[in-house]
Design a protein around this ligand. Structure first.
Ligand SMILES: [Zn+2]
Length: 431
């Protein structure tokens, strides 16, 4: 069916759904952010609420108390992900899903992760308040251990849920005190209300995660909404440079095999090789160790890491090959070897879900732009099974993983309204 204005019938239906989407309650949303920010508050404006700690449990209990007041049901899987469900009239249909995480870095901010959870809950309650009945159920996921600061790796809950990491491996992971995820999780369960268990794995009709950008681009361009098209790929390498330890006072420069001098030269060569006029490639040497680390001994060995990121798999592969080529053989009479430690391919989100997010921003007249996420999120693993996209809102000066993390209220509200409109478009609502 095509109308005289040239719209497809399905497009008109989608517009109708978005135009009739409920308005979110911004006061409620803000008050909830304030309430969660009290849990694990450091007194310096931030929070310490690491995965499976009493603070993490308290934050989860508070969100569960709000959802119980609305009679939503909650289930928990074997790695501790929570799934809060608002029923639809067709329970057999795959749910539309949203969600993020409540755990934080040890010196974390008040919005990373929390925003996506509270925005999702706000959508549920706005649907209730507006009397919306939906065909599909909607589920809010609170992922376990997104941050990876207490137990590595990050995004553990979604990785196990999607089958990328075996459950048993995750459960045997220990924190710096030797406590396993298994023990921390069984203690955590005693700190939560009794919840029905569900099987690992989930396949939704769609998944949309709202999150703060954690970078400076949206603020710099004056955009309120980032339409996230994917997550860039990441490769980590360990490089070892071996020279020869010698006396700093007696060994002439011409005779030395100085591993530090060689390593610095090597990093300079890599810097030159990775010049990127578009400034998209990320190249970081973040860890650098010199041995033996004595002021009067010529360094005999240097170990450093390379963190490479790019949204395009082909470019990332080419740059990774260059690392292996440059960090091999001999440099300044020292031997060099590189070892790949982690290879995570770029993720492209689902074009239709991206379009739905963009349409919502357009119809609310919000300045928006396409973005590729520089950071990793649970959406990476969700996108393997479920059509996925993300919504970013700007954060002040791009600061995140920091107690100074801050977000303007109007941006939180805009992001939540866009999430609401996008989910409503996906839910096939009947009023
Ligand atoms: Zn996060």
């Amino acid at each position: 069916l095509t109308t005289s204005a040239g719209f497809q019938h399905s497009e008109l239906m989608e517009m109708q759904r978005i135009l009739t989407a409920p308005h979110i309650n911004s006061t409620r949303l803000w008050e909830r952010h304030r309430a969660i920010a009290q849990i694990g508050a450091t007194g310096r404006g931030g929070v310490n609420r690491q995965a499976l700690t009493p603070e993490d449990a308290e934050a989860r209990r508070l969100v569960l108390s709000w959802s119980e007041a609305r009679n939503y049901s909650t289930t928990i899987d074997a790695i501790g992900n929570l799934f809060i469900r608002r029923p639809g009239t067709h329970p057999e249909l795959a749910p539309v899903m949203t969600g993020s995480h409540l755990d934080t870095q040890p010196t974390g901010g008040n919005f990373d992760g929390v925003f996506g959870v509270l925005a999702g809950l706000e959508v549920f309650e706005s649907l209730d308040d507006a009397g919306f009945v939906t065909k599909r159920p909607i589920e809010l996921v609170i992922w376990m251990n997104e941050e990876g600061s207490r137990f590595t790796p990050a995004t553990m809950g979604s990785a196990v849920c999607s089958g990328a990491i075996p459950l048993s491996n995750a459960l045997e992971t220990t924190d710096s005190n030797g406590t396993t995820v298994r023990d921390a999780l069984s203690k955590h369960l005693t700190q939560l209300p009794k919840l029905e268990k569900r099987n690992l794995g989930t396949k939704g009709f769609a998944f949309v995660e709202a999150h703060i950008e954690q970078g400076p681009i949206l603020e710099a361009t004056g955009c309120q909404i980032g339409v996230v098209t994917g997550i860039q790929g990441l490769c980590i390498y360990e490089v070892e440079v071996v020279g020869f330890e010698a006396h700093a006072g007696t060994t002439p420069l011409s005779n030395r095999r100085d591993a530090l001098v060689a390593a610095v030269d090597l990093i300079g060569k890599l810097q030159d090789e990775f010049q990127d006029p578009a400034d998209v490639l990320r190249f970081t040497v973040g860890k650098f160790e010199v041995a033996p680390g004595s002021p009067n001994t010529v360094p005999g060995r240097v170990n450093f890491t390379i963190d490479l990121r790019h949204p395009n798999a082909e470019v990332l592969g080419r740059v990774g090959d260059a690392v292996m080529r440059i960090c091999a053989g001999e440099i300044k009479r020292c031997s060099v070897t590189a070892r790949p430690m982690l290879q995570s391919k770029p993720v492209e989100f689902h074009p239709q879900i991206i379009d739905i997010v963009r349409s919502a921003a357009v119809r609310r007249h919000l300045r928006h732009m396409n973005l590729v996420s520089g950071a990793t999120h649970d959406s990476k693993f969700m996108s393997a099974q479920t059509p996925t996209a993300m919504i970013f809102v700007p954060c002040e000066k791009g600061i995140s993983h920091n107690e100074a993390e801050n977000v303007r209220k109007e941006d939180l509200f805009a992001g939540t309204q866009v999430l609401c409109d996008a989910l409503v478009a996906l839910l096939d609502t009947e009023i």
